[in-house]
Design a protein around this ligand. Sequence first.
Ligand code: ZN
Length: 174
Amino acid sequence: MSETSDEYWMRHALQLARRAREQGEVPVGAVLVQGDKVIGEGWNRPIGQHDPTAHAEMMALREGGKALENYRLLDTTLYVTLEPCIMCAGAIVHSRIGRLVFGARDEKTGAAGSLVDILGHPGMNHQVKVEQGVLAEECAAMLSDFFRMRREQKRAQRQAQRAAEQGATPGSAA
Ligand SMILES: [Zn+2]
């Protein structure tokens, strides 16, 4: 089975999402491509950066602007593992990228049709071509695995804490 270039770049975005996971951040990755060249990369890291805007897409767009020395990122495609939120959808419109390709949908906060459709709003002065569902299962699995792991860690922490509390109760050591 031959891989399309969309799948190729989505795999690259998944690699970046793994970096977020290694840093304890919700694993979302984004790569900005012009022609066949990477001009921006990002992974989600609001916690580590103390920055509520440090989403994968924002980081990739910022890098892309520096690479092109232009605030308009014309003729570029942004690949992101998860449907962008309202903030990122706004930044995507401002940046004038040509195409957005995302993997998994985000029913809770997605701004490309799930919660709201910022990108498809007919009043928008810039229309971005949107494609979704590229490697969707892998992109979604990365997130659900992460949240499951985090729940298990929290449960283990609670158990360890309970055990420590019981151990500290006078008389229980006998
Ligand atoms: Zn976002």
